[in-house]
Design a protein around this ligand. Sequence first.
Ligand code: GDP
Ligand code: MG
Length: 626
Amino acid sequence: FGLSKIRNFSIIAHIDHGKSTLSDALLVRLGNITAAQRRDQAQQLDTLKVERERGITVKAQTASMLYQGEYLLNLIDTPGHVDFSYEVVRSLSSCQGALLLVDATQGVQAQTLTTFRAAQEAGIKVLPVVTKIDLPNAQVEDTIFSMAATFDLDPEHVLATSAKTGQGIDAVLETIVKHVPPPPSEWDAAAPLRARVLDSWYDPLRGVVCLVQCVDGVLAEGDRISTCHLMSGAAAAGAGQGGGDTTFSVQEVGLLTPAPVRTRSLWSGQVGYMIGGIKSVRQVLLGDTVIRAGTRKGASDEAPPPPLPLFAPCRPNLFASCFPLDGDDFATLLTAVERLALNDASLQVHRENSTMLGHGLRVGFLGLLHMEVFKQRLDDEFNMAVLVTAPNVPYIFRDRDTGAEVEIENLADWPEEKRRGVTQVLEPMVEATVITPEDCLGSMLTLLQDKRGTELDTKFIDGERVLLVYKLPWQEVVTDLHDKAKSISSGYASLTYRPIDPEPADLVLCEMAINTEVVGALSFVSHRSSVMRLGRDLAARLKKVIPRQQFEVVIQARLGAKPFARERIPPYRKDVLIKSGKTVGGGDPSRKRKLLDKQKEGKRRAKTVGKVQLPQSAFWALLSKD
Ligand code: GDP
Ligand code: MG
């Protein structure tokens, strides 16, 4: 295929608007999968099993399709993380066009807007498509009208499709070929190899499978390769180029249809998979450039090709500590987390030691959902009940004299009040895009104001919905903004965020003490104006979730070592074997054992801090909604 016959495109949409179904419909239309395969879930699973036996699991919904025997269409899945739809920018820069999909029964939603903006930023062609037009409640005309108004498009250019009935699918394919530009003519099959890593996942049998786009040259089985990337920021001061010093030998390459089809080589313009004895997704990162080994060090006279432009680096936006709960040990936690990290390059893990909680791990996440998935996977896949502390965002300390900045991930590093004269605290900010029904606009504005939001833009997008763009502190968003916005609007509001530059704020550290010992994992940072209220709330919530102990428990919220809120949990002599005054189990040992087991299980879900047993809920009391 000459480059002029190649089209790289992706599909962008709000969740559930039909991205997967439309991809399937395109694949069915071009014969990549049969309609029967698509209909019959069981058969699809079979295909997957066969693939597994062949040794490759396919994660990405990326597929190459042959159109009219003449064009190679590469549908490139955009693995934007659920927490951050702006991350689609990353993979959009590997495409020259994108289908912007909107559900005709839902209309434009927050993620439609953010993904549209991402496509614009990536400078690629956007093809608007309304889908699900077969549904009886589809509002096709209205949706086209509001898309045209919101995105400043000609309504004539909006395609209408149904992925269920196949209506309009041919027009979508024609439009792709006609309006998505071919790859840039600078891509060169005769130049030294440069391929971009678009995605990677861990396969238990084959190791890491990479999704790559070959930009220059040819990537062939048997090649010795290494990776490199452009370095940003301070690191770029040096060579401006970094990367793995490890070399790999390419074992297998091929196209995805989406079933893997081994081709032994990938040419300039092709997108496919690569397997090369890579052990962890950390060894080959998203956005890395694959080059032939040896060319980077410049040992020969052949100059190394410059790395391809880097996608926005994936940085953790949230940090929390994990500790084994009573009954599990640190070594087990470490093994489990290391296994999870093999498969998730966006997890960042460091060891941590806490005087109160013992050995633990400090983990960096992309967002709250990422963190919840992590906790769930530890439980499901490793039967590991871990304590995860309430997350905090990374703050930046700037020296007022020198301007030097340090990012702190752990509140244990928060400066004392007296050092504040020389240190200015900056907090991470996000730009939130909210689409809300007009009838709850008032409550939504109140909510955004309560969260210290600043209005950037407000406009009507159709007869009954309003688009709000707000600047907000990320910490305020993390706690419960999403849940609150959903509950105010009975689920109708949609929202997305993207990080913007951090800003100075008057923040203070509120420490929580249990029986006069400060428990760092319960402490939090808040704006000075709300710290008293939040501290009192948290003390009251902790009183509710911490079970009575055999001794009195006193909870204090403190500001600069001075307590300002206090709750007391009276002692309680608890013995599960004594129930309503009567001793159970005298005659029934199995019942007695059951009760003891239950007590043991309860214990496993707690963490002993000092002498007090704290359940996981105590650590998330700051996040929990009433
Ligand atoms: P994604 O989250 O964007 O990948 O959305 P899916 O492709 O999973 O679709 C979400 C839901 O909408 C599924 O239940 C699909 O069956 C349904 N759906 C998608 N496209 C159509 C369509 O054109 N017509 C109808 N009736 N349902 C559709
Ligand atoms: Mg999907």
